[in-house]
Unconditional design. Structure first.
Lengths: 451, 549
């Protein structure tokens, strides 16, 4: 009997294997259960493949952008608000992967490992966003038929007030959407453009932080400059310029020479400190990388890269944080979208808002800020931006072929009642000072006063 | 009323898992506290007066450390001889070593009487089987288990209440009645076992828990067959008691082993010829308006025949080969029925039964290799089985075709979380075979991951209990069968749970006691009989008394 008793341990072996299998199943449930639960055939959450069980999404003023009533999901009744917030709120089929409906599906449906899809209220969790629906409409109308994006955020608190991308769509209507190219792309988070002259801010920052006695560095511009035997053209004949006048005049020749003086590694280091070559996230949503890669470039290409051409690409959100960094005295209060998530029994989760990222020294930020202010007062004309105390930089991104260049306008307001950093990109709109700056002026003027 | 239900649900979905955890805790506590009886039934005494005790009706003599009578001498074989009780007498038989009884060399099995001298490799032992000093048979301490039954009753009432509130608008009258019958039935059983001084606990508690869950699933999915389900449970319990009674007389079973085997193979053969196909496998036999699955009973027969053939087979090769032949015949019919889940369960159980008795590793290896070869042939012959393997681990790619059931199970399981969405609120029940093959998903979705885990752990508990029973069993017959039954339950549950959640290929077997079913439910209860039979101690019926605390 001892022997048979010993052999009966085979049952224990089977039982332990069984337990191991259970461990594997429950491990998977804990790790990827959210993906299982939010699979579009789950009738707890979806009807005919459309999300139905989810909480309310409201803007900063409590305007309800999306909600569920009796098993049907509705959006705001005003089509202008629906279109302006389409990329922020997202659609019900998951086409806009960065939209709240996709990126915060678990939070919105109230899914968690303990409760599954059960909610006592039966409707998931409510989310309050930081965006302003009316301001988004203004931005959307300002962009009009052009493709582009407007991003505005409060650099003191981090709240994103406006995140509009065009061409847009109506999330409440189901048909005729997919045809237009890139309609589901949120250009602020997922866009990637050649920066053009706005990159000069990065070069200028690098010069301020790395060159001793930067004011003594003066370069000659004769409608361009010869680098390594090749010609780098400039839009004007600027003569002898220092850093400040080079930025105000947006002198290509001077900035190319600043770049060469700084060298590849120092410029790359500055670029990476302000967010290039990294995947940045906004409330956990990954944005497209901004790229600055010059290790293998020859001198002329490196020169071009210092003024935002060559192979530089910029994600608008990354530049928004850079503007926030300058405006915030060298430290960026990171932008966020979700104010809070609450169930009927109270706040479920507040996002980790108020993250701070140090980008540059206080002095460099102040100098850069003053230069950008001078840009506006001396060059762009402060009259167009009355009451904003605007600091800004334009960019005109040549895009190789014969297309009209993309137009950038980036910067921030120093007016205490409008502590907003912004980025405006308009595709194929020509010079930055023009379409993009007009859009920025219109939207910033409409932006609510902050106290 | 809706508010009342919402409130009740919000509370009870926490209460039910907590009660389940409490039951698990109580079971573990009872398992640790209970002490099975252990009394010397015979002994060998050396010349020097050192006794070697036998606590069961059989024992091995040899130098292997797993022998009951250990003779650590180089001239003794590893397994030298075997002693066992048969027809009221003790017998001794050689397993290859030389044995003398009263200075007579024995070639065949020989009766041992009290006071006989057994000589094994110059070692003389005196056999004693009478007038052994009484050990305290009352030391079989068993917790009464009343507390756990009270907890279980509360669990059932809370669960039944939740379902009744859920369907209050159109409440089938059978629903509360059936839940009530379950509660009353278990207390009657409890009272009866107490009156007869039989233990009712370590095997019954997990089963009662599983049956409760099965009733709840049935009540939510198909309330119209609830009565039939309850009837089958009743038949199962009666069948279990009858079989347990039969199993008491293991020598009678041994004598009837050919009859059992013949009936089983015969019924299986009839099924192959006249069987009807329901959901894939052609394993249903219809008599009038009743249809049942003989393969479920074949599983029980496997244990019975296996236990009989192997229980004194240490001396008889004939029985061993007969068992293998029987297994081959039954599995052959299962192949013809295209019931591959049953084949896998059959095969694994057979291996474990063999392993309990076997020492010949060459034979076990040969069987293993044979299985691999047979499996390959099966995959070549039946492409739809190979399809199941192709979708296995890739179910999300085939979420709307061959992976439909598995993905829906996983979606449902995740939707339920750890606490569940409440009985009757699930979505999985609309999928085909949800309350049988995918019942684990229904448990996860409606009652939550914790309760589903507790249900799975019930089978693990039965496995551990079987191992303990094997250690204290009266003879090898009970040890072999109870371990076989436990492995059968564990493996079938593994196929059910892991098949529906894509950790194993989906084979379509039921989760015992929980899945809706007729034959399968009754057969599951018959397996319980092997536990009840193994609980009887070796020291005999007349001294069998228990003390509760």
């Amino acid at each position: 009997m001892k022997r048979i008793s010993f052999h009966s341990l085979a049952v224990i072996v089977v039982a332990l294997l069984f337990c191991a299998g259970l461990g594997l199943f429950y491990g998977r449930l804990a790790l990827v259960g959210d993906a299982w639960a939010t699979y579009p055939t789950n009738r707890h959450l979806y009807k005919d493949g459309h999300l139905v069980k989810a909480g309310e999404i409201t803007d900063r003023d409590g305007t309800v952008l999306a909600y569920t009533r009796k098993g049907t999901r509705y959006f705001h009744e005003d089509i202008r608000i629906r279109q302006a917030t389409a990329h922020t709120v997202g659609d019900l089929d998951g086409f806009v992967s960065t939209g709240v409906h996709s990126a915060f599906l678990n939070e919105l449906t109230g899914y968690d490992l303990i409760n599954g899809t059960y909610n006592m209220s039966g409707e998931g969790h409510d989310m309050r966003l930081t965006v302003d629906a009316d301001l988004s409409v203004t931005a959307c109308q300002a962009l009009g038929n052009r493709a582009g994006t407007v991003g505005i955020y409060n650099y003191k608190t981090g709240e994103i007030l406006c995140m509009v991308s065009t061409p847009t769509f109506d999330p409440a209507s189901e048909t005729g959407l997919a045809e237009e190219k890139g309609v589901y792309v949120n250009r602020l988070l997922s866009g990637s453009y050649a920066p053009g002259s706005i990159f000069k801010l990065v070069t200028a920052l690098s010069a301020l932080e790395n060159l001793d006695d930067v004011a003594s560095h003066r370069y000659t511009c004769a409608r361009g400059v010869t680098i390594g035997g090749e010609w780098l053209s400039c839009l004007g004949n600027h003569g002898k310029v220092d850093l400040e006048s080079a930025l105000v005049k947006s002198c290509n020749a001077a900035f190319a020479q600043f770049a060469l003086t700084l060298g590849r590694s120092r410029l790359t280091k500055t670029a990476e400190k302000v967010g290039f070559n990294q995947t940045l996230t906004m409330d956990g949503i990954a944005c497209t990388q901004s790229c600055y890669q010059v290790e293998k470039s020859n001198d002329i290409d490196f020169g071009w890269s210092g003024i935002g051409q060559h192979n530089d690409t910029v994600n608008p959100f990354q530049f928004l944080t850079f503007m926030g960094g300058i405006a915030g005295g060298g430290t960026c209060v990171w932008p966020y979208l979700v104010e809070d998530i609450s169930s009927f029994s109270g706040t479920v989760k507040t996002m980790s808002n108020g993250k701070r990222v140090s980008m540059m020294s206080k002095d460099a930020a102040a100098t850069l800020s003053d230069m950008m202010r001078k840009d506006v007062t001396d060059h762009y004309g402060d009259g167009n931006f009355a009451g904003l105390e605007l600091c800004a930089k334009t960019g005109t991104a040549e895009i190789g072929d014969q297309s009209t260049p993309h137009s950038w306008f980036v910067g921030f307001c120093r007016a205490p009642d409008k502590p907003y950093a912004f980025v405006v990109v308009v595709e194929n709109a020509g010079a930055g000072l023009g379409v993009a700056s007009h859009i920025a002026a219109r939207v910033l003027k409409a932006a609510p006063k902050w106290s | 009323m809706e508010t009342v239900y919402a409130l009740y649900l919000a509370i009870s979905r926490w209460v039910l898992p907590l009660l389940s955890c409490l039951l698990v805790f109580l079971w573990i506590r009872y398992f640790r506290l209970s002490r099975p009886p252990r009394q010397t039934v015979a002994r060998f005494v050396t010349r020097e007066g050192d006794p070697s005790n036998l606590y069961a009706q059989e024992g091995l003599i040899g130098r292997s450390k797993h022998c009951d009578i250990l003779l650590p001498l180089p001239t003794v074989e590893k397994r030298h001889a075997v002693v066992y009780q048969k027809k009221g007498n003790w017998w001794i038989a050689s397993l290859g070593g030389e044995v003398w009884v009263n200075e007579e060399y024995i070639e065949e099995e020989t009766i041992l009487l009290h006071g006989d001298m057994v000589a094994i490799a110059e070692q003389e032992l005196m056999f004693e089987c009478n007038d052994l000093e009484e050990e305290d048979v009352y030391s079989y301490r068993m917790p009464s288990g009343a507390l756990s039954l009270i907890v279980l009753t509360v669990f059932q009432l809370v669960m039944g209440g939740q379902i009744c509130l859920r369907f209050l608008d159109a409440l089938p009258t059978m629903l509360p009645i059936c839940f009530g019958a379950l509660v009353v039935g278990q207390w009657i059983y409890f009272a009866a076992t107490r009156l007869m001084h039989r233990p009712m606990l370590l095997a019954e508690l997990p089963i009662l828990y599983l049956v409760t869950l099965g009733t709840a699933v049935c009540a939510c999915a198909t309330p119209d067959v609830l009565l039939k389900q309850l009837f089958c449970i009743g038949v199962g319990v009666v069948g279990c008691l009858c079989l347990a009674f039969l199993l008491r007389y293991h020598e009678f079973c041994y004598g009837a082993r050919y009859v059992f085997a013949l009936i089983t193979v015969g019924v299986m053969a009839v099924t192959v010829v006249f069987g009807t196909r329901i959901y894939g496998a052609r394993n249903w036999l219809s008599i009038g308006s009743y249809s049942f699955q003989p393969s479920e009973f074949a599983k029980v027969a496997l244990l019975l025949v296996g236990g009989c053939c192997l229980y004194v087979s240490l001396t008889k090769w004939k029985n061993r080969w007969f068992f293998l032949f029987f297994c081959a015949a039954v599995m052959g019919t299962l192949v013809l029925m295209v019931d591959f889940g049953a084949i896998a369960i059959f095969f694994v159980t057979m291996l474990v039964i063999l392993l309990m008795r076997m020492t010949d590793w060459r034979l076990v290896t040969a069987i293993g290799l044979g299985a691999v070869a047979a499996g390959t042939v099966v995959l070549l012959l039946y492409p739809h089985i190979a399809d199941r393997f192709s979708v296995w681990t890739n179910v999300w790619q085939y979420a709307s075709s061959t992976g439909y059931q598995q993905t829906r199970t996983m979606i449902a399981a995740a939707s339920g979380g750890l606490l569940g969405v409440g009985g009757g609120n699930g979505t999985l029940l609309s999928v085909a075979a949800a309350d049988t093959d995918l019942v684990f998903g229904v448990l996860c979705e409606e009652w939550g991951g914790i309760i589903a885990l507790c249900a799975a752990m019930c089978f693990v508990a039965l496995g551990f209990y079987a191992v303990r029973l094997a250690r204290f069993a009266a003879c090898g017959f009970y040890a072999t069968t109870v371990c076989g039954a436990a492995v059968m339950m564990l493996f079938q549950t593994a196929l059910n749970i892991f098949g529906s959640t894509d950790l194993l290929p989906l084979t379509g077997v039921t989760m015992m006691f929980v899945s809706r079913g007729g034959t399968s439910l009754i057969a599951a209860f018959l397996l319980l009989a092997f536990f009840k039979a193994a609980e009887r101690p070796a020291c005999g019926l007349e001294t069998e008394r228990r003390r509760y605390y």
